[in-house]
Design a protein around this ligand. Structure first.
Ligand SMILES: [Zn+2]
Length: 297
């Protein structure tokens, strides 16, 4: 539990709950995706099921700890095709009603709990109204507003904060963190990894070079490459966002031209958002870049 990065207030709250043996029947872990809610829910579950927790953390030695990943006293529910069907909730409920086997507690984690439709939520509500004493249910969501009020009111809620840049670096143990991507990650390790793995970084670098080119052929080559890539099409907003950040950093170099380019990239981004033709938007970007770069100051 001590190696968990971020949200230290929630971590110490959880340790206190374990140490004082004041575990409730239901918790709601709420906050943006990719900040460790699911990871912490599993550590919490392990500590609840552990026979001899130490300083509020799982001991790692008892039978419950050693068999944690496959034990019957832990039920993890996740959506399929963004839906948690009522059958899954019914199955979880029937399991939760049986006495624990190895531990003296039972824990059910429902990941992306907002993927439960209203019948699933209503089925769950019935258990939350009268849960067996040994049961703890942990709901995880990045969309709290989609969870029924009647469910939320029965849960102890932990609102997770986004991570700081330093915390993201700590989670990823990477020395060569890309600072531009970090800025775009919006406090989420999940976002950082998604952005970093996309192959549009090359496209961005090319585009960044052409942003100062006075050669129409060179600019057109980059634009043509951009138009060809299918993944680029899906990631074009991220590429343009990164480009705006990079241009912003250079604003002091040649204020007028760079400010004009920031405006241009924002304009193209907005047009794409309004579903304007992808190729036409990029052609326009290339042409205007050529014009700006060749303008006599
Ligand atoms: Zn243990």
């Amino acid at each position: 539990m001590d190696s968990f990065v971020g949200n230290s207030k929630i971590v110490s709250e959880i340790k206190k709950i374990i140490s004082n043996q004041t575990v409730s029947n239901a918790y709601l872990f709420s906050g943006t995706d990719g900040i460790g809610k699911f990871t912490l829910s599993k550590i919490f579950a392990k500590a609840i099921l552990c026979e001899n927790p130490l300083n509020g953390a799982p001991c790692g030695k008892c039978e419950a700890c050693l068999t944690f990943d496959s034990m019957a006293d832990l039920i993890i529910i996740e959506p399929e095709d963004e839906l948690i069907k009522i059958e899954k909730i019914r199955y979880a409920i029937s399991e939760l009603m049986l006495k624990p086997t190895i531990s003296n507690k039972k824990v059910c984690i429902i990941n992306d709990a907002d993927c439960m439709n209203s019948s699933s939520q209503n089925a769950l509500l019935k258990v939350l109204e009268e849960p067996p004493t040994f049961v703890t249910i942990i709901l995880i969501t990045s969309n709290k507003e989609k969870i029924l009020h009647t469910i939320k009111s029965r849960c102890v809620t932990f609102n997770f904060l986004k991570l700081t840049d330093e915390e993201i670096k700590k989670v990823l143990h990477e020395e060569d963190i890309n600072e531009d991507i970090l800025k775009l990650s919006n406090g989420s390790v999940g976002n950082y990894l998604r952005l970093k793995n996309a192959d549009y970084i090359d496209a961005l670098l090319e585009l960044e070079e052409s942003i100062t080119s006075k050669d129409l052929l060179e600019i057109n080559k980059v634009i043509t490459n951009l138009k060809k890539g299918k993944t680029i099409k899906e990631d074009i907003y991220d590429i343009l966002d990164l480009l705006i950040i990079k241009l912003g950093d250079k604003l002091t170099d040649n204020f007028e031209k760079n400010a004009e380019k920031v405006e241009l990239v924002e304009e193209v981004r907005n047009n794409l958002l309004r579903n304007a033709n992808f190729d036409a938007c990029l052609n326009y970007l290339g042409l205007r870049l050529y014009e700006i770069n060749n303008k006599i100051a």
